[in-house]
Design a protein around this ligand. Structure first.
Ligand code: FAD
Length: 487
């Protein structure tokens, strides 16, 4: 049965949608499928049930089974909890999409805007056990069979985005790519809160919303939010991706789930004496690509000619004009070759969207964390709830692999906040509760969160071991409620 070609055109289109490997293909096959079945995704309230009703295909039913199980959770109140809310999500990174899925499950109308035209990040993320469980519960295995097979617990950023994009579309989320968010437009006349988008996809009828979720990554912070900066000693990271041809020889080479200098001094000593490369740690994952990430010492980068001139300021040090890219590629290549005992045959760089070797050098000396996770703005009697998720809220420290785990927690916590908003809980109480939960986020790790993943939901007490929803009181969040009275 599994090998038979479907004869029904909608079944063939569903297969194309499920197996699509680029953001554009996912969107195109999804539109074609909707057209074929005559279901309109704009009809978000009934879209998913109509899709299910009209697509009578065993492969689709396998997916519906998973999604239905998730959607039937009592917290979503049969997708009615936020049925009157309209949400704009900025950013189709993993955390923005994960949040969008939860908002759709709560019954809200959701629009995601993403400035990039494609999902092109090859870098591979280590996933905590609960995130794998969470993704499986959304039907991810039906959308990407290779998800965390065997003992492997990693996935490329682009594959993660593709899975979540597919789930979001099925749930009636509208996703606009190649559209940049440029700011909020305050209500005027009868019009509510809208966004300045470029290019403007709705020239005549702007999308009005009462919830704005910002998931624009580490370098984006919307107006009204402040960040704290955490500075450490200089730390220079290098990522490199090589083409994976999936040959038997490649399959033999062992992954390195993380070797740090303090645990394997001989390895780093040999690396230095044989190649002149001086590292603090290195990770190698075999995924869509052969992915390496390492922390390099500045002196060795200078000696090997990767960094041209020494500066004390990290920005100047790693500025494009101060880096010799050929030398950087050689450095990454040698480190990858050495750490896999030169067993990977034909090491050839995968390319980035610019068509150049996919090697990047970045500084993670300084990390940011938002001072607060939420706020409410009110203009002309129209309220807007704003929340941050993902790297925009707390920038992760990559060697700990906390990005997705804490990012998804923040997406759930934010969805919980929007649920309270949708249920009409007073603004200040919604904010106080959100800030109470936010206090816990930076300390979460697999050891201090609940280990019964089956009962995880957007309800914070299902995930955090000790959560006090009134740790922060209403009077402490008054500054997060910005009212502007008309003149
Ligand atoms: P992003 O993935 O940055 O997505 C933000 C999106 O918003 C982007 O697509 C961007 O184009 C879009 N955007 C920004 N501004 C706008 C705008 N104005 N309008 C429209 N769209 C906009 N995490 C792990 O969990 N495990 C790991 O092993 C791990 N390893 C890492 C290794 C390295 C070297 C690095 C740098 C990070 C690592 N991380 C890891 C962290 C992980 O990559 C991030 O936590 C994760 O990608 C954050 O997702 P996000 O959705 O918050 O942001």
């Amino acid at each position: 049965m599994a090998n038979q070609e479907p004869t029904d055109p909608s079944h063939a289109l569903f297969d194309l949608f499920v197996t699509a490997e680029s953001c554009r293909d996912v969107q195109q096959h999804f539109s074609a499928l909707c057209e074929q079945l005559q279901v309109d995704p704009k009809d978000y309230r009934v879209f998913y049930s109509k899709l299910k009703e009209r697509l009578n295909y065993w492969k689709a039913k396998d997916l519906w089974k998973e999604i239905d199980k998730r959607a039937s959770h009592k917290d979503y109140q049969q997708r009615k909890a936020c049925a009157e809310n309209k949400c704009l999500v900025l950013g189709a990174g993993p955390c923005g999409l994960r949040a969008a899925v939860e908002l759709a499950l709560l019954g809200a109308q959701v629009l995601v805007v993403e400035k990039r035209a494609s999902f092109s990040r090859n870098n591979v993320l280590h996933l905590w056990p609960y995130t794998i469980y969470d993704l499986r519960g959304l039907g991810a295995k039906k959308l990407y069979g290779r998800l965390c097979t065997g003992t492997l617990d990693h996935i490329s950023i682009r594959q993660l985005q593709l899975i979540l994009l597919k789930v979001a579309l099925v749930l009636g989320v509208e996703v606009l790519t190649a559209v940049e968010f440029q700011g909020l437009e305050e209500p005027s006349g009868d019009k509510g809160w809208t966004a300045k988008l470029h290019p403007n996809p709705h020239p005549t009828l702007a999308f009005e919303f009462d919830v704005f979720i910002s998931a624009g990554g580490g370098s984006f912070l919307p107006d009204g939010f402040k960040q704290k900066e955490l500075r450490a000693t200089l730390a220079i990271g290098i990522t490199a991706n090589f083409t994976n041809r999936h040959t038997a020889a490649e399959a033999q080479v062992a992954e390195i789930s993380g070797v740090a200098r303090i645990y394997n001094q001989k390895f780093f000593h040999d690396l230095l004496t044989q190649t002149g490369i001086d590292l603090e740690n290195i990770v190698y994952y075999k995924d869509d690509t052969h992915y390496f990430v390492m922390t390099a010492k500045k002196e060795s980068l200078l000696k090997k000619g990767v960094i041209k001139q020494d500066y004390s300021d990290a920005e100047q040090l790693l500025a494009r004009e101060n880096v010799d890219h050929d030398a950087l590629w050689r450095y990454a290549y040698e480190a990858a070759n050495f750490s896999t005992n030169r067993q990977l045959p034909e090491l050839e760089f995968a390319t980035n969207p610019a068509g150049r070797p996919d090697v990047a050098m970045f500084d993670f000396t300084c990390m940011h964390r938002a001072e607060h996770a939420s706020l409410v703005r009110e203009r002309r009697g129209k309220k807007l709830l704003m929340g941050l998720v993902g790297d925009s809220l707390v920038e992760p420290f990559w060697p700990l692999g906390t990005g997705i785990a804490r990012g998804f927690f923040a997406a759930f916590d934010t969805a919980w906040m929007v649920r309270s908003w949708g249920l009409g809980i007073p603004c200040l109480q919604v904010l106080a509760e959100r800030e109470s939960i936010y206090q816990l986020l930076s300390q979460t790790d697999p050891g201090n969160t609940k280990n019964n993943y089956t009962s995880y939901s957007i309800r914070p007490s299902t995930r955090y071991r000790h959560v006090n929803l009134s740790a922060i009181q209403v009077h402490q969040v008054q500054h997060l409620y910005h009212i502007c009275l008309p003149h």
